[in-house]
Write a protein that binds this ligand. Structure first.
Ligand SMILES: NC(=O)c1ccc[n+]([C@@H]2O[C@H](COP(=O)([O-])OP(=O)(O)OC[C@H]3O[C@@H](n4cnc5c(N)ncnc54)[C@H](OP(=O)(O)O)[C@@H]3O)[C@@H](O)[C@H]2O)c1
Length: 252
């Protein structure tokens, strides 16, 4: 195992023959991860709520001659157990198994002190950032167990390790994400071939970062394409045996 996942250099065909689902694949870090996984040989299931964004990623992947991806439009804020079950059935029928699952989609929510934080926003954010990760992983476990080895990656944040003022439900949801990852990892890691880890992208130039820090010069942070090494590390076989960890995509 490498001690520096952010410096990992992936073999060109790291994910050849693998099926990987990415949530929030239409823009930002999820878009970059989907393109990157496809470029390394994966058939990527592009999950997001905006068809137009997913279509654009689909077109870019097809134009690059990577394996044809699959589009899955799903709003994680309103998805039901039935939606997750149907999705899992489709993946098992069409692909047989799932080798990778990147939980990337998230909402930022309002930047307000908790005593002014609206319950409606709190609930929506917890549904997308936490409940969807639980429900999707639960539904897809049979497909993940069908793979010879599978990797589930949850997306954390610096404020999911140390709470900070005005980060509200977002920070709490990322603590919950770390907890969800640890519980799944402990339950699955010793008894099955499914490993479960967290990744903290660190400050990255996306719409979410620009919304959280409107006064910041966006280019001071790397673009999503520049932080993919650790994502590839966790998704490919070089992280076999790594379980229950929370890694940083930008080191430190
Ligand atoms: N950027 C950073 O500096 C940073 C730092 C630490 C952690 N993170 C984490 O990294 C991940 C990616 O963030 P990002 O910066 O790339 O954010 P982003 O540019 O805002 O992208 C968020 C993605 O989540 C999707 N999404 C949001 N709500 C959804 C819903 N209800 N159903 C389905 N998809 C939904 C969006 O899909 P649509 O396009 O369809 O709306 C979008 O693709 C998040 O988990 C975030 O918390 C980011």
């Amino acid at each position: 195992m490498t001690t520096d996942p952010h410096r990992y250099r992936a073999p060109a065909h790291l994910l050849a023959g693998r099926n990987v689902l990415v949530t929030g694949a239409g823009e930002g870090i999820g878009r970059a991860a989907a393109l990157c996984f496809a470029a390394h040989g994966a058939t990527v299931i592009l999950l997001g709520r905006k068809q137009q964004n997913l279509d654009a990623v689909y077109d870019a992947i097809v134009a690059s001659h990577a394996p044809e991806p699959i589009i899955q439009v799903l709003d994680l804020g309103s998805a039901t157990e039935e939606h997750y079950s149907v999705l899992a059935g489709q993946i098992e029928d069409e692909l047989g198994c799932l080798h990778g699952l990147l939980h990337n989609a998230a909402l930022l929510g309002p930047r307000k002190p908790l005593d002014q934080y609206p319950l409606k926003d709190w609930r929506e954010l917890m549904t997308v950032n936490v409940e969807a990760g639980f429900m999707l992983t639960k539904a897809l476990l049979p497909a993940l167990r069908e793979a010879p080895a599978a990797s589930v990656v949850f997306t954390s944040s610096g404020v999911g390790r140390r709470g900070k003022a005005f980060w509200g439900a977002y920070a709490v949801s990322k603590f919950a994400t770390e907890g969800l990852c640890q519980v799944f990892a402990d339950e699955l890691g010793s008894t099955s071939q499914v490993r479960v880890n967290c990744i903290n992208p660190g400050a990255t130039n996306t719409a979410m970062r620009r919304a959280a820090y409107p006064a910041e010069v966006p280019t001071r942070n790397p673009d999503p394409e520049g932080i993919m090494a650790a994502y590839l590390y966790l998704m490919g076989d070089d992280s076999l045996g790594v379980n229950g960890r929370s890694l940083d995509a930008q080191g430190g």
